[in-house]
Design a protein around this ligand. Structure first.
Ligand code: MG
Length: 381
């Protein structure tokens, strides 16, 4: 029998040999590996510029109307590669060009020489200040884009998700008169699911207007617009008969007990949006809702969104991947999570006239990912 010590030494030598062979086996020069994997002393450099999205239609939800959305476009440069990011700031969420600019001016990435230290870098970003979730997302997305480019892989591949499993996206119909709602429903012909905004007192009229045109499945989003739980339950029954698949944020997020009661009695899933920003909220709220709408701008970006998605799935919750009005940058980033989501609401770039990127495509209503590395976007000429 072989001496155990000899056996150990033999194994160690074999292991050392295989490690030494690795660059040759990979067919890559040593210097190139260190460069591509970020072990050199290049520095991360952040730049950003404000931009304003021009919406195709006046967009009305239960709380407000608007025709533009401010965004901040970020870039993180490293070793000749650029990662793109974006913060979208619908005004009712409290961030603006001014607040995001102020936050980003405090970011100093010069201490980091390895972009693969995502946890450390994003922890540093998170510690700069509370809230500012869209500003934080603009760094997170740019960093993920950069890391994916350094690895030469798209994020759905890095996460091991199957791109064939992406869901159909919904297309959003804002609150309006029956004539306009019917017209928007006709224009939404390419999409297989519609998301109808409710909560301004004309709920049944909105649904009947859509149903006058199409029998497609519907999501409804109340944006906290219903104040009474019995009304909410009666509506959930009525909406189920009208072919609605779920109800999003039916009541104000503070009314946790009423919402938990509604979820327990409702024939439709009740999905949290405004009530859940990041993972900590999801942990607290998981008993009160059937599912959650995860958005990069609420939760600080792809890293937190990925953690939330895995948590929600582990607890048997439904997951929707959503967006704000955004360019193809932030929406493409979110799309990499969609293969494991139950629902997608990734219509942001479809609602604007002045997208600055080419990215994730909607093909016959379905979220369609490309094999381009990072978040899979290119700048429009
Ligand atoms: Mg919503």
């Amino acid at each position: 029998m072989e001496n155990p010590r000899r056996k150990f030494l033999k194994k160690s030598l074999l292991l050392a040999g295989s490690l030494y062979m690795a660059p040759k086996v990979l067919g890559v020069k040593k210097g190139k590996i260190s460069s591509k994997l970020g072990f050199k002393t290049a520095k991360l450099k952040l730049t950003y510029r404000p931009y304003t999205l021009d919406l195709k239609h006046v967009f009305t939800v239960a709380s407000n109307s608007r025709t533009t959305t401010p965004v901040m476009l970020t870039e993180i440069e490293y070793d000749g590669l650029v990662g793109y990011g974006e913060a979208s700031m619908p005004p009712y969420l409290g961030e603006s060009h001014e607040t995001v600019g102020k936050f980003l001016s405090k970011v100093d990435l010069s201490n980091f020489t390895n972009p693969f230290e995502l946890e450390n870098i994003l922890q540093y970003i998170d510690n700069i200040d509370i809230n500012n979730t869209a500003a934080k997302a603009s760094i997170d997305i740019a960093l993920h884009d950069l890391v994916g480019k350094l690895l030469g892989k798209p994020w759905f591949r890095i996460w091991g998700y199957d791109p064939l499993k992406t869901p159909n996206t919904s297309f959003t119909i804002g609150i309006d008169t029956p004539e306009v709602v019917k017209q928007k429903t006709i224009e939404a012909a390419p999409y297989k699911i519609l998301k109808v905004k409710l909560g301004k007192g004309n709920d049944k009229e909105m649904i009947e207007s859509v149903r006058a045109i199409t029998d497609k499945p519907l999501f409804v989003d109340i944006n906290q617009g219903w104040k009474d739980k019995q009304y909410a339950l009666d509506m959930a029954h009525w909406l189920k008969e009208k072919g609605v698949l779920f109800v999003e944020q039916p009541m104000p997020r503070e009314l946790i007990d009423d919402i938990a009661w509604l979820t327990a009695h409702s024939p439709l899933p009740i999905i949290a949006d405004e009530a859940v920003q990041g993972l900590a909220d999801l942990v607290k709220m998981r008993g009160a809702y059937t599912g959650v709408n995860i958005k990069l701008m609420k939760c600080t970006g792809m890293r937190e969104a990925h953690k939330m998605l895995e948590f929600a799935k582990a607890y048997g919750m439904k997951v929707m991947i959503g967006c704000m009005t955004e360019t193809s940058c932030a929406v493409s980033a979110a799309a990499h999570l969609s293969p494991v989501a139950d629902f997608a609401d990734l219509d942001g770039p479809l609602l604007i006239n002045n997208d600055v990127f080419n990215g994730m495509k909607i093909v016959e209503g379905k979220v369609t990912l490309s094999e381009q590395p990072g978040i899979g976007i290119t700048k429009k000429e």
